[in-house]
Design a protein around this ligand. Structure first.
Ligand SMILES: C[S@@+](CC[C@H](N)C(=O)[O-])C[C@H]1O[C@@H](n2cnc3c(N)ncnc32)[C@H](O)[C@@H]1O
Ligand SMILES: Nc1nc2[nH]cc(C(=O)O)c2c(=O)[nH]1
Ligand code: SF4
Ligand SMILES: [Mg+2]
Length: 222
């Protein structure tokens, strides 16, 4: 891999993992720009393969965003972790779709710095080897090529991506996450009662599946 390769990053922030099996874990989030299932423009949302995205991933103008080479990115990520502690930095690559940019070079560089590497992915693109925690979250009619992960975290309900379609996926955890309304971070309004109720009902009748809530939205943190 060329040493001059650069990564386009929307934002980098330190927070608690809000969702899924690692909920509550201090994590550095590296949000890459761009997605392959939506161009991020509101006027294109209705026609997108993924049309309920709650995230701005366009450009590099978020907090700590920019264009980084591999050394610059790993150095910056390291600088976000509190010093004077022996716990390895836990980095969550997200986006946008991180599999468009995350490659083995960056994963290996993260490991060389002692990081643990996680990804949040829509599963439509092959993943580089070596990722320590894969959270797979399939979207709509898209073809999912990732069939093994640590957690399957399906946004529910999606007419074209209901849980039955993913029963074959090998995972340690199977989560349903209620689809949040857009444009408001208050949990009481951002997730409709109906969606939460429908998600609870599905879990109760199909107990392989557990409920995942976007707890950072409740807490008002990044
Ligand atoms: C913004 S996505 C970025 C990573 C990747 N592109 C993906 O879709 O998994 C991060 C997480 O937020 C979830 N998500 C996005 N929009 C959501 C919404 N409106 N309600 C609930 N979860 C949502 C995704 O399913 C995914 O698990
Ligand atoms: N706190 C927090 N937890 C998260 N888990 C997945 C996120 C994402 O946007 O990928 C996310 C996020 O944006 N914030
Ligand atoms: S696949 Fe992920 S980043 Fe892309 S539009 Fe959907 S939720 Fe957003
Ligand atoms: Mg998010």
């Amino acid at each position: 891999m060329s040493k001059s390769k650069t990564y386009r990053v929307k934002e980098i922030f330190y927070s608690l993992q809000g969702e899924g099996a690692q909920t509550g874990r201090p994590s550095i989030f590296c949000r890459f720009s761009k997605c392959n299932l939506w161009n991020g423009r509101e006027d294109s949302r209705v026609d997108a393969v993924c049309n309920f995205c709650d995230t701005d991933f366009v450009g590099t103008d978020g907090q700590n965003g920019g264009t980084f080479n591999c050394d610059e990115l790993t150095s910056f990520l390291k600088s976000m972790w509190p010093s004077n502690n022996s716990t390895s930095p836990y980095i969550v690559f997200t986006g946008g779709e991180p599999a468009l940019q995350l490659d083995e070079t960056l994963v290996e560089a993260c490991h060389a710095c002692g990081f643990e590497v996680a990804i949040e992915t829509n599963g439509t693109l092959p993943l580089p080897a070596g990722i320590d925690w894969i959270c797979l979250s399939p979207k709509g009619k898209s073809d999912v090529v990732v069939d093994t992960c640590n957690e399957l975290k399906l946004v529910y309900p999606q007419a074209d991506a209901l849980p039955e379609r993913f029963e074959h996926v090998q995972a340690q955890h199977y989560y349903l996450q209620p689809m949040a309304n857009l444009g408001d971070n208050e949990i009481s309004t951002s997730v409709t009662r109906e969606r939460v109720k429908a998600t609870i009902e599905y879990c109760l009748t199909h107990p392989r599946w557990k409920l995942s809530l976007q707890t950072h939205k409740w807490l008002g943190i990044d």
